[in-house]
Design a protein around this ligand. Structure first.
Ligand SMILES: Cc1cc2nc3c(=O)[nH]c(=O)nc-3n(C[C@H](O)[C@H](O)[C@H](O)COP(=O)(O)O)c2cc1C
Length: 225
C-alpha cells in the first residue's frame, strides 16, 4: 500500500459538508470512526478529548433545542474567544470561502436575510443525522485544545476514509454554556467544536465548491546556511 497516495486521496477528497442525507450511520461504523480518533497523538498522551455523540431521535431533539436557544436571542458565549479580527491574507481567505459558500446557494452579497438563514443552518446541523461535540479539559489549557484540534482532524479524515462526510463547526461552540447544560457536562469541560456528520447529499449545490490552499512559498521559510 502506498501510504502517501492513500493519505493524499483522503485529503483531496475531503471537504466540509453542509447538507446531509437523513440516513443514520450504523453504530458499528461510528465506533470504527471513534476508534480512529483514539489513535490521535496528544501532549504527554493526556488524550484530553471527550466526545458526546448523538444518534436517532436524540439528534433531532438536540437540533430543535439548539435552534430554539439561538433564536431566543441569547448572546454567544464560547469557551474559547473567537477571532477578534481578520486582517490581510486571513481576511481575504475568509472572504473567498464565504463568497464560495454563498455563491453556491445563490445568496447575493448584501442579502442580509438569506445570509442569516444560511448561518442558522449551522444550528440545524445542516440536517445531519449525528453530531459529535468535542470538549477539552480546562486545566490543560491551550495545548489541550491543540490536542483536540488534532483529534478533530483524525475524525474528519477518518470519516472521509469510511465514506462519511463531516462539518467541523465552531459555530456550535458559540453556545458552550447551553451545550454543557444540555449534555450535563462538568464545568471543567470546554467545548472546542461540534462536528455534524453522516452521509453527504452529494448533489446539493452547497457541497459542490472546494476551497483553495496556499502554495508552499507563502507558508514555509527555509533556513539552510
Ligand atoms: C475549527 C473549525 C471550525 C469551523 N467552523 C465552521 C462553522 O462554524 N461553520 C461552517 O460552515 N464551517 C466551519 N468550518 C469549516 C471551514 O470553513 C472549512 O474547513 C474551510 O473553509 C476549508 O474548507 P474545507 O473544509 O471544505 O476544506 C470550520 C473548520 C474548522 C477547522
Amino acid at each position: 500500500m502506498d501510504h502517501y497516495a492513500a493519505l493524499s486521496a483522503i485529503l483531496d477528497d475531503r471537504s466540509s459538508c453542509r447538507q446531509f442525507l437523513p440516513d443514520q450511520v450504523p453504530r458499528d461504523m461510528i465506533e470504527q470512526l471513534l476508534q480512529l480518533g483514539q489513535r490521535t497523538p496528544s501532549w504527554c498522551n493526556t488524550q484530553p478529548w471527550q466526545v458526546v455523540v448523538t444518534e436517532g431521535p436524540a439528534t433531532d431533539r438536540f437540533r430543535k433545542a439548539l435552534v430554539e436557544h439561538v433564536q431566543s436571542g441569547v448572546a454567544p458565549s464560547p469557551d474559547f474567544a473567537f477571532p477578534g479580527q481578520y486582517t490581510g491574507a486571513f481576511r481575504q481567505r475568509r472572504k473567498d470561502c464565504g463568497l464560495q459558500l454563498y455563491d453556491s446557494v445563490g445568496i447575493a452579497k448584501g442579502d442580509h436575510d438569506a445570509t442569516m438563514r444560511q448561518a442558522l443552518r449551522n444550528f440545524e446541523l445542516f440536517d445531519a443525522p449525528h453530531v459529535a461535540i468535542v470538549t477539552t479539559e480546562a486545566d490543560l489549557g491551550v495545548y489541550g485544545a491543540v490536542d483536540c484540534g488534532l483529534y478533530i482532524n483524525t475524525f474528519l479524515l477518518g470519516a472521509q476514509s469510511l465514506g462519511l462526510a463531516a462539518a467541523p463547526q465552531a459555530a456550535l461552540a458559540s453556545y458552550s454554556p447551553f451545550l454543557r447544560e444540555y449534555f450535563e457536562l462538568p464545568d471543567n469541560r470546554q467545548v472546542v467544536v461540534g462536528i455534524a456528520f453522516g452521509y453527504a447529499d452529494r448533489d446539493h449545490p452547497i457541497n459542490q465548491f472546494r476551497t483553495a490552499r496556499e502554495t508552499l512559498d507563502n507558508v514555509v521559510t527555509w533556513h539552510t546556511d
